[in-house]
Write a protein that binds this ligand. Structure first.
Ligand code: SME
Length: 173
């Protein structure tokens, strides 16, 4: 796989999302391991968009469990009915929270996090398998551009959740 990604520094987020999305697909095409692909996706999002925290929570045995991420230490387990992540997982829709202090039940992994966007992840059969969570240390940092860009990346990640790839990652089921 390519060892570098390319993106236009200081370009708009819309441009950067469109530049990195095919590069994420190329990485997934060349690598069967789920965890490796999620780890590199988190790294690309951190590097290209400089998010405060970006990472994955995966559905495991009835709750969301922390997966690959970039950023400060995060809580490891979230019940399906808790937090912004649980809300997204249960509702199967992207959730944008402009001010986390105004969201009832928000789980504060870091006091620095001020706004958040969480995007659902589906496997190729449309089953929900987890969420992609991004936190900002600025208020109101996410909008429709981020929703569109991150949902496109989530669509490209679906193939990474094919059962045989999940088995390679040692997480069958
Ligand atoms: N704030 C999230 C928890 C995960 S962290 O932000 C990394 C939530 O309320 O679900």
């Amino acid at each position: 796989m390519a060892e570098n990604i390319s993106f236009t520094r200081d370009a708009s987020r819309a441009t950067i999302y469109s530049e990195i999305a095919p590069q994420i697909s190329a990485i997934i095409d060349g690598e069967p391991d789920l965890i490796a692909n999620l780890a590199n996706t988190a790294a690309i999002l951190k590097q290209a968009l400089n998010f405060y925290w970006v990472g994955f929570y995966l559905a495991r045995d009835g709750e969301l469990v922390l997966g690959p991420f970039q950023g400060p230490l995060a809580c490891t387990r979230i019940a399906f009915d808790r937090g912004v992540c649980g809300h997204c997982y249960t509702g199967k829709k992207t959730v944008i929270v402009p001010d986390v202090n105004e969201f009832p039940g928000h789980i504060a992994c870091s006091t620095e996090a001020k706004s958040e966007i969480v995007v659902p992840l589906f496997d190729p059969d449309g089953r929900i398998v987890g969420v992609l969570d991004v936190d900002s240390d600025r208020l109101d940092d996410f909008n429709e551009t981020d929703k569109t860009g991150l949902e496109e990346i989530a669509r490209r990640l679906a193939v990474a959740f094919l059962p045989e790839r999940v088995e390679i990652a040692g997480r069958a089921g």
